[in-house]
Ligand binder design. Sequence first.
Ligand SMILES: Cc1cc2nc3c(=O)[nH]c(=O)nc-3n(C[C@H](O)[C@H](O)[C@H](O)COP(=O)(O)OP(=O)(O)OC[C@H]3O[C@@H](n4cnc5c(N)ncnc54)[C@H](O)[C@@H]3O)c2cc1C
Ligand code: FES
Length: 222
Amino acid sequence: MSRPRRERRSVVAVEAIGPYALVRLDRGGIDPGRPGQFFMLEAPGRVLPRPMSLCLAPAGELGFLLDPVGPGTRALAALEPGDRIHVFGPLGNGFRLDVDRPLLVGGGIGVAPFPYLSEALEQPPAVLGFRSEHHAEAAVLVPNAEVVIDPVLVTEAIPAGRDVLACGPEPMLEAVRALCPDAQLAWEAPMACGYGACFGCVVEIDGELKRLCVEGPVLCFS
Ligand SMILES: Cc1cc2nc3c(=O)[nH]c(=O)nc-3n(C[C@H](O)[C@H](O)[C@H](O)COP(=O)(O)OP(=O)(O)OC[C@H]3O[C@@H](n4cnc5c(N)ncnc54)[C@H](O)[C@@H]3O)c2cc1C
Ligand code: FES
């Protein structure tokens, strides 16, 4: 397991991909970790950092795909080359890679960890669901992806007999779990510290309380 580090890193570029922003940072001494792990990114002008999955790890860089939904993510998407922010990670538990017949299943910004995961698993098939063609432009980052657009659901396109690794909104994860009880699921909760100290990320799953930053974000129930 890679040791998390906290460093101040420079922005290399920010690229628009559909409605999302791909923020590329120079990597410095930070290890990219395992796909599905996350990093706490300083959001300029905000007190708390924001958790983000690693999307891409080209040589010397860390890439994060952001959905600008609120003040923190909008501030991150507005960064410019040369700006510097604090980065802390890798954190949490990523996806297990010891799977025989992987299928990546994602919804919306849940596509974020898949480019890095796809590379680690040698480009397995993927099913990605988006709310519009504009959002679906992010599928360009994931090889071998079948795209479905609302109102078609990703669960309608999951073939039997696959080892599912999923990331997306909670209702999608619950539906995938009902269909594939062994699936590895990347959950989300608002996070303040990212390393188990604040209990801000506690979620109740099947009657059990879990600090998602240390027990997740990837959970498997089988
Ligand atoms: C492990 C992990 C990995 C993540 N990876 C990514 C990623 O790669 N790309 C990305 O765009 N986003 C990712 N997120 C979500 C992202 O952290 C939040 O959208 C962000 O913190 C929102 O901050 P904000 O200030 O922009 O908006 P806020 O004003 O804080 O939130 C906007 C809205 O989203 C809700 N919200 C905020 N955070 C979360 C959350 N974590 N889960 C569910 N609802 C939330 C708020 O209640 C509010 O309704 C991840 C979250 C986690 C926990
Ligand atoms: S984010 Fe602080 S305990 Fe999980």
